[in-house]
Design a protein around this ligand. Structure first.
Ligand SMILES: C[S@@+](CC[C@H](N)C(=O)[O-])C[C@H]1O[C@@H](n2cnc3c(N)ncnc32)[C@H](O)[C@@H]1O
Length: 231
């Protein structure tokens, strides 16, 4: 059998069962939720919890739109509070919205917990395939379908442990949005191409670029000297 080692396929997310799923979210993908999917929701007066905040890339964007954002994560990445969202740490109905991209293997548990903590809505960024499976149909979608399923038309590249503007991926993503006060028919929509409009230079951490450059320079140095027969 020939193994497919194309960069995009290799970039698919496969994480171990105990993995924290340390995949920071490109900020433009969160702006897309606020600009195209839950726009006109009066959110500038509302509160939001980001319970898997990682290094804060989603929280910082939520802060551009909501009046108050609280952030936490089970692991200390140097941003937000350190809390296990699946423990009894958060009071019921204590935020208007809960918005995050949970670890894929815990997405159902996050959804159940979030619908108890939020009063208005829950939005989860997840792989498109979250929509599949008999188990999830029976446990979630049959009786509690989202109000909106918003499929990204562009790829949303997520790289382990860092943001990388140049990364690629073969994995499709969508926003799954539940409205808690309204009984609605599921709305299927597409997030239009928007990365160019919503991405900002300052979204990307200059220090990680510097580190990458240093690494690249180091690799270049080794390559050059190997070629020259010096090492
Ligand atoms: C895909 S990342 C989230 C990225 C983040 N939202 C961002 O803006 O970049 C998933 C995160 O879930 C966190 N996590 C895993 N299990 C958790 C739990 N039980 N409670 C809270 N956070 C958890 C991981 O540490 C990881 O940071």
């Amino acid at each position: 059998m020939v193994q497919n080692i194309s960069h995009a396929v290799m970039a698919q997310r496969h994480e171990g069962k105990d993995s924290l799923d340390d995949f920071p979210t490109p900020p433009w993908a969160t702006r897309a939720l606020l600009e195209y999917v839950i726009k006109n929701e009066n959110i500038s007066k509302m509160s939001c919890l980001e319970p898997a905040c990682n290094r804060g890339y989603m929280s910082k964007v939520l802060d551009e739109y909501f009046s108050k954002v609280e952030s936490s994560d089970i692991h200390d990445y140097g941003f937000g509070n350190v809390k296990n969202f699946l423990d009894d740490t958060y009071e019921k109905k204590s935020f208007d919205w809960v918005i995050t991209n949970p670890p894929f293997r815990l997405a159902e548990e996050f959804l159940n917990k979030a619908t108890g903590v939020a009063t208005t809505g829950v939005a989860l960024l997840a792989r498109t395939v979250f929509l599949e499976s008999v188990g999830r149909y029976e446990r979630i979608f049959q009786n509690n379908p989202p109000a909106c399923f918003a499929q990204f038309t562009e790829r949303v590249p997520m790289v382990k442990g860092r943001l990388d503007k140049k990364a690629s991926t073969a994995t499709g993503y969508a926003w799954f949005v539940w409205k808690l006060n309204e009984k609605q028919n599921l709305k299927l929509m597409w997030v239009p191409p928007c990365r160019k409009i919503l991405e900002k230079d300052e979204d990307y951490d200059k220090t990680s670029d510097l580190k990458k450059n240093k690494l690249t320079n180091h690799k270049d140095f080794i390559q050059r000297n190997l070629c020259d027969g010096l090492i």
